[in-house]
Design a protein around this ligand. Structure first.
Ligand code: ACO
Length: 513
């Protein structure tokens, strides 16, 4: 099912919608018309979200929930049809942000946007200029315009055809299906989060949270349980966990297991297993028993033993302390030597993957190659089609030096390791993401301008890079997601919010699938 969202003044939107729908039907396509938000008095209100409810949700900060509900309505309208023609959400007394909402909805359903351009009393040049302005405005929002509606003459239609912009001329029904349904193939954030929630829910995993007495962890656990996304184990003394929950006003469900390492019947077995696994590295039975009292070692051992499917920790410990037990005895998957850490960067209109931002300070070319191959696999697991940029200060041969040579060598190793993978390097960040820059610097690369997986040359670059983008753009950084381990263990930043913890647990559960 495809969708096309009309951007126009209130009065002509219904006419344009009708024109498109009937035109498509005459080409043998089934079309439905939807007004996603409507005043309760309107006829179209049946399948619409009530305007007053939409305004209330925005006022209450529930914008994402509103977008999610609107996506549901589009999906419902799309059952059994080829295309849903969506009338724009109108600004009204209560709802003042209609333009933003339309743009956000268009991004989240990957709709083709069709602006209506008024032709009254304008010369051909003026109409063309208005069309270019509309295209430019939507391009700035990350939306591609392939068609417009305008009561213009055939000469303007011919001029726009040269630019591959189709023009619907109401009341004519002259728009072809393929002209309007071209989509941008980006994965926007709300759609992405819905995908993650649905994926976690469809095969629920058990995740252990060693910092079970921490208020942020308790709140995240309650939220995850309420949304029925995972099964949870909190580590800590039961009375302390429950007291912390009471203090932060949370009632923990009995379905959430609470495990105290010191009184757990498996403690001896876990300590002995650690001793056996690490005795060649100098581990003693006494030291193993002492380490097993540590909540991170205990949680990691629960994962090793299969009692939990994954672990999320690190809201109070350093990255090194959080992941060292996993590096020591969970170990890497067969065929992978390097554990690395990536972030899913949920930008305003798309999702990127950045790595390594967490583990390897100065990677060798083999390790960079491992990071790239593992990052592509992680991207696929989260529904992205990977296009990998091996980042450098040089694009192709524009710069030189040992660091550039290392990225070039690593890129060759990636090509040898996975010949099917779309990879480019060395490449600068702008050439990797901006099609216009890519056209000048690397015109024949299928990755340049369209990369969505970014491999940084060092941990310094990766860690600084993801934080700079996060802070400058407001992107949501989900991670670090550790990749390469036999079973998923993920580290939280010590500044992790409840939402960060919830997201990381969902990601870990999906990795465990
Ligand atoms: N992949 C696979 N195995 C590894 C890796 C790796 N990247 N790194 C270490 N190991 C293994 C070693 O082979 C060793 O195994 P063995 O004991 O069976 O021989 C074991 O892990 C321990 O190795 P050490 O060399 O002792 O590693 P150490 O514990 O000193 O350091 C660590 C590993 C913690 C990952 C270190 O590289 C580190 O501190 N990295 C930086 C972490 C960091 O500060 N990140 C930035 C902050 S995170 C953020 O902001 C998101």
């Amino acid at each position: 099912m495809k969708s096309v969202l009309i951007m126009s003044c209130d009065t002509c939107a219904p006419r344009i919608a009708e024109s498109i729908a009937r035109g498509l039907e005459s080409q043998g396509k089934k079309a439905a018309i939807l007004a996603p938000v409507a005043s309760c008095k309107e006829e179209a209100c049946g399948n619409s979200v009530c305007e007053r409810q939409a305004a209330q949700w925005i006022a209450q900060g529930k914008r994402d929930q509103l977008i999610s509900l609107l996506i549901d309505r589009v999906e419902e309208a799309g059952k059994g049809v080829d295309v849903v023609v969506i009338r724009p959400i109108k600004a009204s007394g209560a709802l003042r942000c209609a333009y933003d909402l339309n743009v956000e909805l268009a991004k989240n359903i990957d709709a083709a946007v069709l602006p209506a351009i008024c032709a009254d009393n304008k010369s051909d040049d003026e109409i063309v200029e208005d069309i270019h302005t509309a295209i430019g405005v939507f391009a700035q929002q990350g939306l591609a315009v392939h068609a417009v509606a305008s009561g213009c003459n055939d000469a303007v239609v011919a001029r726009m055809a040269e630019e591959k912009i189709a023009v619907l001329q109401p009341p004519k029904r002259n728009l072809k299906f393929d002209d309007i349904v071209a989509s941008s193939n980006v994965v926007p954030p709300v759609k992405f989060m819905r995908f993650l929630h649905a994926k976690a829910r469809q095969n629920k995993k058990t995740i252990v949270l060693p910092e079970g007495t921490l208020d942020r962890v308790i709140k995240a656990a309650a939220e995850l349980h309420e949304q029925d996304l995972v099964r949870l184990v909190l580590i800590g003394k039961k009375d302390e966990v429950l007291a912390s929950a009471r203090e932060c006003g949370v009632t923990l469900s009995d379905d959430i297991e609470i495990v105290d390492p010191k009184t757990d019947p498996n403690f001896g077995d876990y300590a002995n297993t650690l001793y056996e696994l690490r005795k060649a590295k100098g581990m003693t039975p006494e030291k193993a028993a002492q380490l097993m009292e540590d909540k991170t070692f205990f949680g990691t051992m629960m994962v090793y033993k299969g009692r939990a499917d994954g672990m999320v920790s690190g809201a109070t410990t350093t990255t090194a302390d959080t992941i060292r037990p996993a590096l020591q005895f969970v170990k890497t998957k067969p065929g992978i030597k390097t554990v690395s850490g990536v972030f899913l960067m949920s930008m305003a209109d798309r999702v990127y993957l950045y790595g390594d931002c967490a583990v390897i300070p100065n990677p060798t070319t083999d390790q960079l190659c491992d990071v790239a191959v593992a990052s592509a696999e992680t991207a696929r697991a989260f529904g992205l089609d990977p296009k990998v940029a091996m980042l450098s200060y040089s694009t192709g041969t524009s710069g030189s030096g040992p660091d550039v040579d290392a990225v070039r060598e690593a890129t060759e190793k990636v090509r040898a390791a996975d010949p099917e993978l779309a990879v480019e390097g060395p490449i600068q960040y702008d050439a990797a993401v901006v099609p216009a820059v890519a056209k000048t610097k690397l015109p024949n690369s299928p990755v340049a301008g369209h990369a969505n997986v970014f491999v940084f040359p060092t941990l310094n670059a990766g860690n600084i890079g993801y934080k700079a983008v996060q802070r400058a753009s407001g992107a949501i950084a989900i991670g670090p997601i550790l990749q390469g381990l036999k079973k998923p263990v993920n580290d939280l930043s010590r500044g992790a919010t409840v939402a960060d913890i919830v997201n990381t647990v969902i990601i870990t559960a999906i990795q465990a699938q």
